[in-house]
Design a protein around this ligand. Structure first.
Ligand code: SAM
Length: 186
């Protein structure tokens, strides 16, 4: 899907006390989300962190699996990690996408909690993706979720993935895969 992008945000996110924090990168997040993006045809996967050392770490991981031994031993994984782009702010990512596609960039927030000024279902978003050429940036959080200051700036917010009962503590990796499947398959 040429007009679909994914972003994993490490700041601003919240901790268990709903305080705004910055979270550390998780190697597994980069691998699993890159593989999901490759599987479902996402144009690019942005890893966003304000910390230079964390961006360096992300670059090391990507370099190992795209140019280094990891990529030679596992070409499938290399293909997936080649989807990764590393950035320091959401604004930077929006600017890069706008420059790359010359289309409006629609930010779509996600959360396990209902909310957002423009909630959409996965089916509605899937329809948007097929009828407009706008770039859609699906934004996922880390830690205990995206801070409200970021969610409130999103143009749309995807309806939460509902479980069978009250327990709702999916990993971000699971949430990405579930949404991407719903956005690309019947
Ligand atoms: N309680 C947090 C919240 O409300 O988003 C869950 C944080 S989870 C560890 C990290 C990220 O995974 C969230 O920022 C969101 O992007 C995604 N996520 C987790 N569960 C989700 C759900 N049920 N529906 C939608 N997104 C979810």
């Amino acid at each position: 899907m040429d007009n679909l992008f994914v972003a994993l945000v490490h700041y601003p996110v919240v901790n268990r006390r709903q305080e705004t924090i910055a979270s550390a990168l998780t190697n597994l997040d980069l691998h699993d989300i890159a593989r999901a993006c490759m599987t479902f045809g996402v144009r690019a996967f942005y890893v966003i962190t304000p910390f230079p050392d964390q961006r360096d770490l992300a670059r090391q991981i990507v370099r190992h699996w795209t140019e280094g031994a990891g990529g030679q031993l596992n070409p499938d994984r290399r293909q997936a990690l080649e989807k990764i782009r590393i950035a320091d702010t959401l604004e930077d990512v929006i600017g890069q996408i706008a420059t790359e596609r010359h289309e409006p960039v629609i930010c779509v927030g996600t959360s396990a909690r209902e909310g957002g000024q423009a909630p959409v279902t996965a089916r509605q978003l899937r329809h948007r993706l097929t009828v407009t050429n706008d770039s859609h940036l699906l934004i996922f959080g880390t830690a205990w979720g995206l801070a409200n200051e970021l969610l409130s700036r999103c143009d749309l917010q995807l309806a939460p993935i509902q479980g069978s009962d009250t327990y709702n503590h999916l990993s971000v990796r699971s949430a990405v895969s579930i949404y991407l499947d719903r956005l690309t398959n019947d």
